[in-house]
Design a protein around this ligand. Sequence first.
Ligand SMILES: *[C@@H]1O[C@H](CO)[C@@H](O)[C@H](O)[C@H]1NC(C)=O
Ligand SMILES: *[C@@H]1O[C@H](CO)[C@@H](O)[C@H](O)[C@H]1NC(C)=O
Ligand SMILES: *[C@@H]1O[C@H](CO)[C@@H](O)[C@H](O)[C@H]1NC(C)=O
Ligand SMILES: *[C@@H]1O[C@H](CO)[C@@H](O)[C@H](O)[C@H]1NC(C)=O
Ligand SMILES: *[C@@H]1O[C@H](CO)[C@@H](O)[C@H](O)[C@H]1NC(C)=O
Ligand SMILES: *[C@@H]1O[C@H](CO)[C@@H](O)[C@H](O)[C@H]1NC(C)=O
Ligand SMILES: *[C@@H]1O[C@H](CO)[C@@H](O)[C@H](O)[C@H]1NC(C)=O
Ligand SMILES: *[C@@H]1O[C@H](CO)[C@@H](O)[C@H](O)[C@H]1NC(C)=O
Ligand SMILES: *[C@@H]1O[C@H](CO)[C@@H](O)[C@H](O)[C@H]1NC(C)=O
Ligand SMILES: *[C@@H]1O[C@H](CO)[C@@H](O)[C@H](O)[C@H]1NC(C)=O
Ligand SMILES: *[C@@H]1O[C@H](CO)[C@@H](O)[C@H](O)[C@H]1NC(C)=O
Length: 488
Amino acid sequence: MDQERSICGAMASNFIRPRWAALLLLFTVVAVASLQITTKAAFPRWPVFSGSAGLTSESPNDVVLASNDDDPRSCSRFFEGVPRRKVVKSIADFGGVGDGNTSNTETFRQAIRYLRRFGDRGGSQLNVPRGRWLTGSFNLTSNFTLFLEDGAVILGSQDPEEWPIIEPLPSYGRGRERLGGRHISLIHGDGLTNVVITGQNGTIDGQGKMWWELWWNRTLKYTRGHLLELMNSHNILISNLTFLNSPFWTIHPIYCSNVVIKNMTILAPLNAPNTDGIDPDSSTNVCIEDCYIESGDDLVAVKSGWDHYGISMARPSSNIIVRKVSGTTPTCSGVGIGSEMSGGVSNVTIEDMHIWDSAAGVRIKSDKGRGGYIANISISNIKMERVKIPIRFSRGSNDHPDKGWDPNAIPKVKGIYLSNVISLNSTKAPQLKGIEGALFEEICFKNFTILGLLKSTAWQCEFVSGYANEVFPMPCPELQKSGSLLCS
Ligand SMILES: *[C@@H]1O[C@H](CO)[C@@H](O)[C@H](O)[C@H]1NC(C)=O
Ligand SMILES: *[C@@H]1O[C@H](CO)[C@@H](O)[C@H](O)[C@H]1NC(C)=O
Ligand SMILES: *[C@@H]1O[C@H](CO)[C@@H](O)[C@H](O)[C@H]1NC(C)=O
Ligand SMILES: *[C@@H]1O[C@H](CO)[C@@H](O)[C@H](O)[C@H]1NC(C)=O
Ligand SMILES: *[C@@H]1O[C@H](CO)[C@@H](O)[C@H](O)[C@H]1NC(C)=O
Ligand SMILES: *[C@@H]1O[C@H](CO)[C@@H](O)[C@H](O)[C@H]1NC(C)=O
Ligand SMILES: *[C@@H]1O[C@H](CO)[C@@H](O)[C@H](O)[C@H]1NC(C)=O
Ligand SMILES: *[C@@H]1O[C@H](CO)[C@@H](O)[C@H](O)[C@H]1NC(C)=O
Ligand SMILES: *[C@@H]1O[C@H](CO)[C@@H](O)[C@H](O)[C@H]1NC(C)=O
Ligand SMILES: *[C@@H]1O[C@H](CO)[C@@H](O)[C@H](O)[C@H]1NC(C)=O
Ligand SMILES: *[C@@H]1O[C@H](CO)[C@@H](O)[C@H](O)[C@H]1NC(C)=O
């Protein structure tokens, strides 16, 4: 029977070949979802820095930067700064009503239509004051700041028609979950530059429960929308807010460059399907820093398109930095790479993470048909507690957009460097499964410790080669080319 249960990444289901309208192909996913007890840790405290992004000022020459802190490793320099906005309005100026019941869809759309005209005249800012502002989807504009004041909550509409259907992404060829188009995100942007979404810990709540139910009860007609999606955009800052209950992946920058996502709290129920935290997709120079995420799917997943659609579009994700991110996801991973990685993923740095009560710490997901590559991935200073499998390379999900996938399109994986990793109370040793005919090369472990494992659990390695120094417990023979300097 048709099973739509899905863990860790959306799975295509019920895909219908348009030319053969009657042909129904069914994918079965066996989900083994063993929930663990979750302990919620306090919000991590990182070094405080001064500055006031998003706030307006009298001096027009002030530039808003993502950070002026003195952490030399901060990646927030990817955001190039924007001048203070000349025109500042409140959603209330446009007749918005923040009573949690009145729809503000037209009001947001009208406000942004009005503010758009200041794009080349000093930019604009829309403030959302304290209150509960119900709305359907709306689009942002360039040289624009959306600022959620203390106590401001934007609520996603419960009417699917307020999340209209848009074209599928070219690197996916179809909606990720259903054929054809997909629901637009609650907050959307295409072809924008210099956008800031920030505030005083205001909240954007997608109220995704209705969408998760449509998924669970198999009545979803089109792929669910994201909470925030930006396409083809450059120089973006998303900071200091709380995002809740996304219908689907929470923040999805695709075909973007210079995106900083900093000091965000992203929450969804731990069983909410495919509520990934942040998914940089076919994007470059992305910084994800100081974020706390708990959700029903990967906290962060780096992607670059799906099978032949991603291969022909060939838009890689590169220069992605994920640092000081913490959180939990009981059935998925702290950071995932893939499974959609057909445009290539390279030069990813993952550091200073704390992950607990999760299925995997870092997981690299690929398969036959994906093509593409994963190269130069550095993972260091990671602390895991009660993470079942600390490091996992997996394959074989058999999840393809349509019959057009090429079984000879084998991904290349080279250069995965793990160092200074400690995992406490894991239940399994690393599982590193490459793909037959495509050895995963230069897989290097250095100062990597897993404590609390049963003596009987061993590393599982297939089609991988690499090096291990200061690794406990004893790694698989495939990684025992020790003494090599290549690993440093
Ligand atoms: C976040 O808010 C703090 C406190 O208002 C402010 O100092 C900082 O500049 C903001 N950071 C970003 C990246 O918006
Ligand atoms: C909520 O809004 C609907 C229409 O949008 C209206 O019919 C209803 O009376 C409102 N309820 C409250 C409690 O304001
Ligand atoms: C945004 O502002 C910059 C100046 O800061 C200007 O050069 C650019 O044309 C503006 N973009 C749009 C789309 O108005
Ligand atoms: C928002 O932009 C998308 C394309 O990116 C477009 O299809 C949609 O109609 C726009 N929505 C509004 C309300 O303008
Ligand atoms: C992080 O954001 C919160 C509001 O969400 C703010 O109070 C705090 O100052 C910010 N921290 C930093 C280091 O900017
Ligand atoms: C921001 O608000 C959310 C939800 O209201 C809360 O869980 C979180 O602790 C707050 N964060 C900060 C830094 O105040
Ligand atoms: C499926 O869930 C949706 C959203 O909650 C609900 O409106 C619908 O009645 C449900 N359908 C079935 C067949 O259970
Ligand atoms: C890879 O990323 C690092 C920063 O993490 C950067 O210094 C380097 O230039 C990048 N390499 C390429 C080829 O872009
Ligand atoms: C590989 O990544 C490291 C660390 O992120 C970076 O310093 C180096 O420049 C990268 N190498 C290439 C060829 O991009
Ligand atoms: C090894 O890794 C642990 C855990 O991250 C760290 O505390 C320790 O300092 C590292 N040791 C060396 C020699 O780098
Ligand atoms: C977790 O690990 C700690 C330290 O290694 C150990 O003392 C404790 O017994 C472990 N707990 C479980 C449930 O395995």
